[in-house]
Write a protein that binds this ligand. Structure first.
Ligand SMILES: Nc1ncnc2c1ncn2[C@@H]1O[C@H](COP(=O)(O)OP(=O)(O)OP(=O)(O)O)[C@@H](O)[C@H]1O
Length: 273
C-alpha cells in the first residue's frame, strides 16, 4: 500500500473545529418499514389479523452506530448477511435518511452502490452508462466526454450496444462497476459485489480501486472477501445485527470477526448434537 501524507491528529478538537474529517456518523439508527402485501385486500388483512401479524413490519437495520472517518482513510465494512452494511452505505450516500442520529459527509459521495441501481434493462449498456452518469450528478457534457472511456473500460465489445437484459450477471457488474469508478467522487463507496466477474475483471477492478483509493478523500469498501479488506483498507468496522461490534485496524477487526464466526459455528454444531 502506498504511504499517504501524514494528516495532523485533530481528534482532541471539538468536531466543529476539525478540518480532517471526511465522514462522521453519530448514534445512527435506520429503520425500514415493510408492508406484507403490495395492495392488501380485506381477506389478506383479516387473515393477517387472525395470525396476529401487523400490516407493516418495522426492521431496525442500524442501531446506534457511531464512528469518525478522517480524510485519507480507506474504511472496510464487514459483517454477516443482513448485518446492515448496505444500509450504512446507502445512508452515508444520502439514499436513505437516518431514523435517528446523524450522518455528516464532507464532499460528494458516489451513489451507485448495489448492482445496477437505476439501470434500465431494455436500454443498452452504453445508454445506461449515460443515464448512470446523469443520475450521479454529472453534466450532459461531462457524461458525453466520459461515456466512451467508461464503455471501453468494460471490455464488452459489441455487447455494449445490446440491451442489458441480454447480459450475464458478470457483464452487468462490469457496466455498474465501470460507471461507479469513473465518477471520481470525493467519497468513494464500493460494494465489492460490484466487482464480481471473472479473474481478469476482478484483477482489473482491484487495480482500479487501489488507484481511486489514492485520489479520493475517503473510501468505503463493503466486502465478504476479508483479504481485500486487509489489502485495500487501513481501517475497518464490523457490524453485527445493526450494532457496531468493533472498529480498528483491519487485521484486528477481521481476526475478531473470524473468531466470532468460528465460535458461532461451533456453538451451532454443539447445539445440534
Ligand atoms: N428495502 C428494505 N426493506 C426492508 N428491510 C430491508 C430492506 N433492505 C434491507 N432490509 C433489512 O435490513 C437489514 C440490513 O440489511 P442490509 O442490506 O443493510 O445488510 P447487509 O449487511 O448489506 O447484507 P448482505 O451482506 O447480505 O448484503 C436486514 O435485516 C434486511 O432484511
Amino acid at each position: 500500500m502506498e504511504p499517504r501524507p501524514e494528516i495532523p491528529d485533530q481528534s482532541h478538537l471539538p468536531p466543529e473545529q476539525r478540518t480532517d474529517l471526511a465522514v462522521r456518523v453519530n448514534d445512527l439508527y435506520v429503520n425500514y418499514r415493510t408492508s406484507f402485501e403490495k395492495k392488501p385486500t380485506l381477506r389478506q388483512a383479516l387473515m393477517r389479523f387472525g395470525r396476529g401479524q401487523r400490516a407493516v413490519r418495522e426492521v431496525e437495520a442500524l442501531k446506534g452506530i457511531s464512528f469518525e472517518v478522517r480524510t485519507g482513510t480507506s474504511m472496510g465494512i464487514i459483517g454477516a448477511n443482513g448485518a446492515g452494511k448496505s444500509t450504512l452505505m446507502r445512508t452515508m450516500s444520502g439514499i436513505l435518511s437516518p431514523t435517528k442520529g446523524s450522518v455528516e459527509v464532507w464532499g460528494q459521495a458516489s451513489t451507485l452502490l448495489a448492482l445496477g441501481v437505476g439501470f434500465n434493462n431494455n436500454l443498452s449498456g452504453r445508454e445506461n452508462i449515460i443515464l448512470g452518469g446523469l443520475a450521479a450528478g454529472l453534466s450532459r457534457e461531462e457524461v458525453e466526454e466520459r461515456a466512451n472511456e467508461i464503455a471501453e473500460w468494460t471490455e464488452l465489445g459489441d455487447f455494449i450496444d445490446m440491451p442489458m437484459r441480454s447480459y450475464s450477471s458478470g457483464m452487468f457488474s462490469r457496466v455498474s462497476f465501470s460507471v461507479a469508478v469513473h465518477m471520481e467522487p470525493d467519497i468513494l463507496m464500493i460494494d465489492e459485489a460490484l466487482s464480481t466477474g471473472d479473474a481478469h475483471f476482478r484483477e482489473k477492478a482491484s487495480a482500479k480501486m487501489a488507484e481511486l483509493r489514492s485520489k479520493a478523500r475517503a473510501m468505503f469498501l463493503v466486502s465478504h472477501g476479508l483479504g481485500s479488506i486487509k489489502e485495500l483498507c487501513d481501517e475497518a468496522i464490523w457490524i453485527d445485527k445493526g450494532h457496531l461490534k468493533k472498529a480498528g485496524k483491519p487485521d484486528e477487526v477481521v481476526e475478531a470477526y473470524l473468531d466470532f464466526m468460528q465460535a458461532k459455528r461451533s456453538a451451532t454444531t454443539l447445539e445440534d448434537i
